[in-house]
Write a protein that binds this ligand. Structure first.
Ligand code: ADP
Length: 450
């Protein structure tokens, strides 16, 4: 089985969020199952190109056009015209690059809107080389749909032919996401519960109808994490490595070290909560910041560390909270792999109060470090965190529900036996990318036979 896996972000070459992690971990796990998988992405300016994903024999294929190279990652992200042109052209460019190699994929696995026009382009522009190739599109985030005015494509010679085709029936705009959902052979999303939510008219974000109309050809498969990277037993970034046999000592040592590092009072008995997330509406900062403020004003004994970058307004609110409670709240408005690992290892609880969450990796990562999630019951969070067993879960996006749930966690903190039980339970969870790769392998076979 030969699979071409396409993504606009692939760790460690370029990572923006969870998709970058998955675009490394899943191909690596698929290759371990014996699948000949190659990963394709644009060669943005500023990246370090490598031939193989680290510690794998998964080859990387770079589409090299100046359209993405000239502007680099920042340009491609910031300028919508360039973004539309770059990712539209990527669809043609990557197919030509693969053709030159002589390698014919059985499946092209597209990920999120950036790669989505490949499905449409191959259908409207059939190519004998790919005559037996089937297409799977995976939606990692349906809210980002890549909608643009068609004239963006008309104004660039390399994408003019695409613009002209899209213009049929006097259309003025188009969406990469909608086209990929409609034109791929199969469609998946990244957890069973998110798939269920979409099928029951939640979180479709304008493409719910198209997804539902795919019927049985729209499925949910939970993403996994790479335990070679996220592993309390061998993590080079953390102060003290630990296993389930040494979890209490390990957690205590990592927490004291973290408190020192971030400038919080070094007190073992105060519960430390952390949140590592893009500063985005999706992640639930709108209820989190006021609820934490209320709890801190009410003299709740806790410490909180935020790590995230993104929306400036959200950043301002989180910073205000940190400025108002300097002895209890710290905010790192940056991107840091190292600090992220240290927060997963050194915290007692991990906040994931998302409004919607197609899969979510951070709750699974935190569990690997025996850090107990406090999460909303949506999408992949609902599939991975069980209230009272592996975390503290609230229903409905509202402040009261979150406040009560944080209070429950803080109460539980007083009961060392309960915390120990939760930690031992979550350390046994297995959310490995190996598991999701096995399910994808079955799906690829099904798609090939369909
Ligand atoms: P999303 O893909 O919506 O951003 P996920 O939970 O699927 O959310 O994945 C987020 C990934 O990005 C995790 O690996 C998390 O550790 C990482 N991450 C998010 N923000 C930061 C940051 N500021 N610094 C380091 N890692 C981050």
């Amino acid at each position: 089985m030969k699979v071409l896996f396409l993504s606009y972000e692939v760790a460690p070459v370029y990572k923006f969020g969870g998709l970058g992690d998955v675009a490394y971990a899943l191909p690596k796990a698929l290759s371990k199952l014996g699948i000949d998988v190659r990963v394709g992405m644009p060669a943005y300016a500023g990246i370090t190109k490598i031939d193989f994903l680290p510690d794998t024999n998964v080859a990387l294929i770079f589409a090299e056009d100046a359209l993405y190279r000239a502007e680099g990652i920042v340009g491609v992200h910031k300028n919508p015209i360039n973004r539309a042109q770059a990712f539209a052209y990527f669809a043609k460019d990557i197919l030509q690059t693969v053709k030159k190699s002589g390698w014919v994929p059985d499946i092209i696995h597209l990920n999120d809107w950036h790669t989505g026009l490949v499905a449409w382009w191959l259908k409207v522009h059939p190519d004998d080389y790919f005559a037996h190739t089937k297409i799977l599109f995976t939606a990692h985030n349906t809210r980002h749909n890549g909608s643009f005015p068609i004239f963006y494509l008309l104004s660039e010679p390399k994408t003019r032919d695409m613009g002209q085709l899209l213009q049929k029936n006097n259309r003025k705009t188009f969406s990469f996401l909608r086209r990929s959902i409609v034109f791929s052979d199969w469609v998946s999303t990244v957890s069973e519960h998110f798939c269920f939510e979409i099928k029951h008219h939640r979180f479709g974000f304008g493409v719910g109808k198209e997804l539902r109309s795919r019927g049985e050809r729209f499925v949910g498969i939970l993403n996994g994490i790479d335990y070679d990277i996220w592993n309390a037993h061998s993590d080079p970034y953390i102060a003290q490595k630990f296993t389930s046999a040494t979890v209490s000592e390990g957690k205590a040592a990592n927490k004291l070290w973290l408190q020192k590092k971030v400038g919080l009072p070094t007190q073992a008995e105060i519960p430390l909560l952390s949140m590592v997330a893009r500063l985005a509406w999706q992640k639930g900062f709108d209820i989190t910041v006021p609820v934490l403020r209320k709890l801190l004003l009410g003299k709740a004994k806790m410490q909180i560390v935020f790590l995230g970058e993104g929306d400036a307004l959200i950043g301002k609110k989180v910073k205000q909270l940190a400025d108002d409670f300097p002895q209890q709240v710290k905010f790192f408005n940056t991107y840091s792999e190292e600090l992220a690992h240290q927060l997963y290892a050194g915290s007692d609880f991990f906040l994931v109060p998302s409004i919607y969450e197609p899969c979510g990796l951070t709750q699974m990562i935190s569990m690997e470090y025996a850090t107990i999630p406090i999460s909303s019951a949506v999408g992949g969070l609902a599939d991975t965190v069980v209230d009272g067993q592996s975390g503290f879960v609230f229903h409905g996006h509202n402040k009261l529900a979150l406040e009560r749930t944080i209070k429950r966690a803080l109460e539980a903190w007083q009961d060392a036996q309960k915390i120990d039980g939760l930690r031992r339970h979550i350390l046994e969870e297995d959310f490995s990318s190996r598991k999701s790769a096995q399910v994808y392998q079955q799906l690829y076979k099904r798609i090939r036979e369909s």
